[in-house]
Design a protein around this ligand. Structure first.
Ligand SMILES: Nc1ncnc2c1ncn2[C@@H]1O[C@H](COP(=O)(O)OP(=O)(O)O)[C@@H](O)[C@H]1O
Ligand SMILES: [Mg+2]
Length: 204
């Protein structure tokens, strides 16, 4: 079972968006996926309630319940588990990162987001989980030198995923009705990006 924690102390970076997309991608690839939502705002759970399909299952949890829920998921035959965490909650982020095989830190290529990532990286460094973490650039605008600058700056701080997710309306539309871009627009560019991100994660 592969466990991936979505962590970023900044809200709106794309944690929930990427978590639900990777979980659906895993299901479409024939795996059993689940999302454990430790964000009290429960956005992933809300997505699940808007969803028509029963899978991937979304389970709400406190950070304290995380370890036993992962054991249970393993026993139930889950292959991929996404942990979606809350911004501004050090405890949730630390527990999730400590239990995960991989930590994804979504970051928008904008000055405020790049500046704020130090808090998240500091947390992971302190807890000794930085080695399993990688930054994924999300909501990347179609053009602009700012993106390359952000990528360069971030790569000096931590590992950066070679796959980037663009700013695309499809992500918001799909999530609005409980789907993923792969279900909303299977041959669209967003679907391609998500599959590429998923492949990178599964291979690393
Ligand atoms: N790649 C993207 N393109 C367009 N909109 C995006 C993208 N990623 C996230 N969003 C939008 O940004 C907002 C915040 O994303 P969300 O996943 O909820 O962030 P977080 O969970 O980190 O707080 C949501 O409205 C979402 O639809
Ligand atoms: Mg969220």
């Amino acid at each position: 079972m592969k466990t991936i924690a979505m962590v970023s102390q900044k809200g709106g970076a794309g944690k929930t968006t990427i978590a639900v997309h990777l979980a659906v991608c895993a299901e479409l690839a024939g795996h059993r996926a689940a999302i454990i939502d430790v964000d009290p705002q429960a956005s992933a759970l809300e997505w699940y309630h808007r969803r028509q399909a029963d899978t991937p299952e979304v389970i709400r949890a406190t950070p304290e319940q995380l370890s036993s829920l992962l054991d249970q998921a393993r026993k139930n035959g889950a292959n991929v588990v996404l942990i979606d965490t809350a911004p501004h909650s050090e405890r949730g982020a630390l527990v999730a990162a400590g239990l995960a095989d991989q930590v994804l830190i979504p970051c928008r290529p904008a000055a405020f987001d790049v500046a704020a990532i130090g808090t998240t990286l500091g947390l992971l460094r302190l807890s000794g989980t930085i080695d399993r973490a990688a930054i994924v650039l999300n909501a990347v605008p179609p053009r602009g030198a700012q993106v390359e600058e952000a990528a360069k700056g971030l790569s000096a701080l931590a590992k950066v995923v070679p796959v980037r997710l663009a700013q695309r309306a499809a992500y918001a539309y799909a999530v609005n009705d409980g789907r993923s871009v792969e279900e909303f627009e299977p041959h669209g560019k967003a679907a391609e990006e998500i599959r590429a991100l998923y492949r990178w994660i599964m291979a690393s």
